[in-house]
Design a protein around this ligand. Sequence first.
Ligand code: SF4
Length: 290
Amino acid sequence: MPYVLHIFDPWKSPLCTCPTKYSLSPYTGCGHACRYCYITSYIRNAFNPRTKKNFLYYLKKDLTKANLSIPISISNSSDPYTPPEDKIQLTREALKLISSFNAKAIIITKSSLVVRDLDILRKGKFTVSMSITTLNNEISQKLEPHASLPYMRINALKNLCREKIPCSIRIDPIIPEINDDYNSIREIVSLAAEIGIDHIVSSTYKAKSDNFKRLLMTFPNKSEILRTLYIDKGVKIGRIRYLNEKIRFNYMKMIKELADEFGLTFSTCREGFKYLHTSKTCDGTHLIPD
Ligand code: SF4
């Protein structure tokens, strides 16, 4: 029975197209406190990140027994560069360990702190997936109050690409009326191509009761339209409310066409539109170097 390295389980979501991968979270909870975050539905005190006890000891044990041909996703229930990683450096130590096993990993983050670990990333089998929901500072600060500002994430990506670390951008989640403006998304994709990003992943916002309440409180002037789109006209899949399929498809198609225009590959995350994908994997793990 593994201690900290578990096979990724998307709660048996029928829309998940992820390849088999391990999930690893150095932290329980995440201090970025994104308004749309779903971890508050299953992690107690979720925006108060804490380290896992004896994490590195158990990671080493798990890596010894792991199938190292399977990529490790860091992380799915917290940002590996959440505050206070800058002081604690638990993710940094985990990356060193992963690299020493010659294991492969995808790092998913909204923090520019990832460039601190370039020395490790350069030598190992890593790809970085940076989430960028908007380039607008004001919207970003409302949506992701303690994550790096968009320009800092872009600068981090520039540094990573310069060092030939393969990177993707997650435009995720798209929230109607908040960050779904065509020109703004086009700017992200265009910038991605300019920087040297290989791949775009996108997904629409999925509402759970707690994150939906937070979102409505943060954007009270959008509450009516969001209620209409998610409650009245949306669909329930499992315990999650989605936009209806037509709206979701139109968003994903729009971003795929932008990715095509700028020569980037594209995939969606838990949308059910696998036929829109133009990459080998939906999550960007295909970018991990051999
Ligand atoms: S960075 Fe990810 S895990 Fe952290 S609060 Fe934001 S959405 Fe949740």
